[in-house]
Design a protein around this ligand. Structure first.
Ligand SMILES: [Zn+2]
Length: 276
């Protein structure tokens, strides 16, 4: 099993943030799509794009793209690792009302999950995993207005509606896992629907001595795992929702730490290599 390099992972976080806010419709969102395709290609994945229109309850249409990188394409047994790459178009939780229409940088909320999965992609490009691994960067997770649930998680919702026989044995979503003060509880929907998968991941983290995985039960959060759970697929969300800079202009790389990416990355790599 190759070793997860948290400094390399953190560079993927800062490179995304250097593009600027990356919300659907912005040139920076397009630039990030190219960046992700380039990295997955560089790291030897079989890359494909799933383009679709996300129609909001406001009537607006977003042109969205899920970006997929497959490893060990010959394996029947397949694991899906997912993260959303879009960032929120408005800092609606910013303490300063003047900032609330401005887009966020999304260092933790967006870039952190992608950064962990890009580092895993880099490693899988050099060492074939024991099972098939499909890395999916979901679009349109975080565009909706607060309280309008159906305008969130557009990419994963579309993905699950177009599975065409694809059935991963497990889905692990990572989101907001870059917090310097990382603490990942057992997210509510994951625990209710996929407790065996969640326990397996937490016990691996425990064996590795990673204390960021804490044994408390967290809130139930609408995230990209939910469409999979609703389709009867085992899915969990690793998320630290206790982040004071959530949906503010202060969600910047200095609030994140490479060590936190390492905690999640090492756990996921060990999980992959345990699926022989
Ligand atoms: Zn968010």
């Amino acid at each position: 099993m190759p070793e997860f390099d948290e400094d390399s992972s953190f560079r993927f976080l800062t490179e995304q943030c250097e593009l600027g806010p990356r919300y659907p419709g912005s040139p920076e969102h397009r630039r990030l799509q190219r960046y992700l395709v380039d990295r997955l290609t560089e790291f030897g994945a079989n890359v494909s794009l799933q383009s679709f229109d996300g129609v909001l309850t406001t009537g607006d249409t977003l042109h969205l793209i899920n970006i997929i990188g497959n490893y060990n394409t010959g394996a029947r047994k397949r694991l899906l690792l997912g993260a959303h790459y879009d960032t929120r178009p408005r800092a609606d939780r910013d303490p300063d009302p003047e900032n609330r229409d401005l887009p966020i940088l999304g260092a933790n909320d967006g870039a952190s999950g992608v950064a962990v999965l890009l580092e895993i992609a880099r490693l899988l490009g050099g060492s074939k995993p024991p099972v098939g691994v499909d890395i999916v960067f979901f679009d349109g997770e975080d565009y909706g207005e607060e309280g309008v649930a159906q305008d969130y998680i557009l990419g994963s919702t579309y993905f699950v509606r177009h599975l065409k026989g694809y059935e991963p044995f497990a889905v692990i979503i990572v989101d907001m896992i870059g917090d310097r003060d990382l603490s990942i509880p057992k997210e509510g929907f994951s625990k209710a629907a996929s407790s065996d998968l969640l326990e397996e991941i937490f016990s691996i983290a425990g064996r590795l001595g990673i204390e960021a995985f804490d044994e408390t039960e967290g809130a139930a959060i609408i995230d990209d795992h939910l469409p999979f759970i609703q389709a009867g697929i085992r899915a969990v969300d690793l998320i630290d929702f206790d982040y004071p800079y959530w949906h503010t202009l202060e969600d910047t790389p200095d609030k994140c730490a490479s060590e936190s990416l390492g905690c999640v990355g090492r756990t996921l790599m060990t999980y992959i290599w345990a699926q022989r």
